[in-house]
Design a protein around this ligand. Structure first.
Ligand code: NAD
Ligand code: UGA
Length: 469
């Protein structure tokens, strides 16, 4: 069997690497129109892979060149494949009807048209991208338009991996979901996963349930984060502790312990875009109440990010102008180099608007990425701010803390737990503050050192003059 995957991004790359790794009898080709990305996937130096994921280098190195290939020859790869995954980006539309809400399906449709044009014979198209419900109908129409609808089947097989844990999520998934209306096609795909996934974990549904399950899963996950974050604000006002609450409610087996970590706000390429898309669909189908219910998950998240930045500004005597603030972490979560929709972008933007100076430390994120993210959220002069030293990136957290008024922890990188905070305190301006957006700092120990510490969902430091009502 030959598999082709169009799109060598965060999903296409790791997913296909895992299939190739576990199925030596299948030839897997991952194609992309982005030459630089393909070159990086082919780089002999495995630290240069375009996606940073713990353990991915091993998975790739075992299969690459054996039965896993990366290329820009899209047409050739379509022609030779039995199964074609579409794993291209489906971001929120930035123009026209549905701007800021609907998913932009132009890349998915382009793939469908390209397959319709160049494919011959029997094939299976697999929607791996996250798409609005009934996208498979669009793909089928494109195929029918050139008389290939009979020979080419369409399946939905959404991906549930999370970044930072992609390798373990792929090697031991909670479930694999396959939606379709053709038993043979479904079984062909199920047999691929059955190389390593127990059969009882391979769920089969109709096309529409599969497409909608993906949006629903992300909406439920994001809703949990907004729910715990909403309670974190109440904790700060009342003296309850959000991690104690998470433990107390998480032991109820109906609620469960996962995804109850209060934070500065969820980020990532998908939660926001998928909820916006879900809400847009609800409006489209005449369900404004449902649309608003899900939108409120995003509204709460936006508020949480804003609230964190405002807390920093207020606590530093209502001005951060020309004050150096050490930013610990820029990625949207630990163990990834991905910054898409990271809460850090918005917190940094709000601080820069107030003329703060930022020294950013993240073990995986480049300055170029930070500039582009800040430009995207309206800091048009981000590059000049870097040139003039208002924004700096540093290789070492201690350097970030040097002469800073405050440390803001925005990503939960493990290394932040074990830094030498005594030393940090020594080199910082006084009073020195820590704003922990990830609940990873030892509040008691750092307060003992002398820091004023604000942590999401924890009661504030009375001694620092912060109010406890
Ligand atoms: P990505 O932007 O990292 O990668 C998409 C790739 O597709 C890009 O490299 C782009 O150049 C390529 N591409 C687009 N159109 C193409 C075309 N016509 N021909 C060839 N290449 C083309 O995106 P991603 O994060 O991998 O996400 C892909 C899809 O998977 C999205 O729908 C997303 O919602 C979904 N998803 C993402 C994650 C995640 O963790 N990132 C998890 C689950 C699902
Ligand atoms: C999420 C889902 O978990 C995946 O199942 C899904 O496949 C993926 O989206 C997708 O469709 O793209 P991902 O965004 O990679 O995965 O990472 P998560 O672990 O879900 O974290 C998302 C955000 O929520 C991060 O910013 C994280 O820090 C935050 N979060 C998560 C919290 O603030 N608290 C939590 O308890 C959990």
């Amino acid at each position: 069997m030959k598999i082709t995957c169009i799109g060598a991004g965060y999903v296409g790359g790791p997913t296909m690497a895992m299939i190739a790794n576990r199925c030596p009898d299948i030839t897997v080709k991952v194609v992309d129109m982005n030459q630089a990305r393909i070159d990086a996937w082919n780089d002999p130096d495995l630290s240069q892979l375009p996606v940073f994921e713990p353990g991915l280098d091993e998975v790739v190195s075992e299969a690459r060149g054996r039965n896993l290939f990366f290329s820009t020859e899209v047409n050739e790869a379509i022609q030779e494949a039995d199964v074609i995954f579409i794993s291209v980006n489906t971001p929120t539309k930035t123009y026209g009807a549905g701007k800021g809400q609907a998913a932009d399906l132009k890349w998915v449709e382009k793939c469908a048209r390209q397959i319709a044009e160049v494919a011959d014979g029997e094939k299976i198209i697999v929607e791996k991208s996250t798409v609005p419900i009934r996208t498979a109908a669009m793909i089928k129409s494109v195929l029918n338009g050139v008389g290939k609808g009979e020979k080419i089947r369409v399946l939905s097989n959404p991906e549930f991996l999370a970044e930072g844990t992609a390798v373990s999520d792929l090697s031991n998934p909670d479930r694999v979901l396959i939606g379709g209306d053709d038993e043979d096609a479904i079984e062909t795909l199920a047999a691929v996963y059955a190389h390593w996934v127990p059969r009882e974990k391979i769920l089969k549904t109709n096309l529409w349930s599969s497409e909608l399950s993906k949006l629903t899963a992300n909406a439920f996950l994001a809703q949990r984060v907004s729910s715990i974050n909403s309670i974190s604000a109440l904790c700060e006002e009342t003296g309850a502790d959000i991690s104690e609450i998470a433990r107390a409610i998480g032991t109820d087996s109906r609620i469960g312990p996962k995804f109850l970590k209060a934070s500065v706000g969820f980020g990532g390429s998908c939660f926001q875009k998928d909820i916006l898309n879900l809400s847009y669909l609800c409006d489209y189908f005449g369900l404004p109440q449902v649309a608003q219910y899900w939108r409120s998950v995003i509204e709460l998240n936006d508020w949480q990010k804003r609230r964190f930045a405002e807390k920093i500004i207020r606590s530093l005597f209502n001005t951060v102008a020309e004050k150096k603030i050490a930013i610990f972490g820029f990625a949207f979560k630990k163990d990834t180099n991905d910054t898409r929709e990271s809460a850090a972008i918005y917190v940094c933007r709000d601080l820069l608007i107030e003329h703060a100076h930022l020294a950013i430390y993240d073990p995986q994120v480049s300055i170029e990425q930070i500039i582009s993210d800040l430009e995207y959220v309206g800091i048009d002069n981000a590059r000049e701010l870097v040139k003039s030293g208002v924004i700096t990136t540093v290789e070492d957290p201690l350097e970030a803390a040097d002469s800073a008024h405050a440390i803001a922890v925005l990503t939960e990188w493990d290394e932040f737990r074990s830094l030498d905070y005594d030393k940090m305190f020594e080199v910082m301006k006084k009073p020195a503050s820590i704003f922990d957006g990830r609940d990873i700092i030892d509040v008691t120990a750092t307060r003992r050192i002398g820091f004023d510490v604000y942590a999401i969902g924890k009661v504030e430091n009375e001694e620092a003059g912060w109010e406890v009502r």
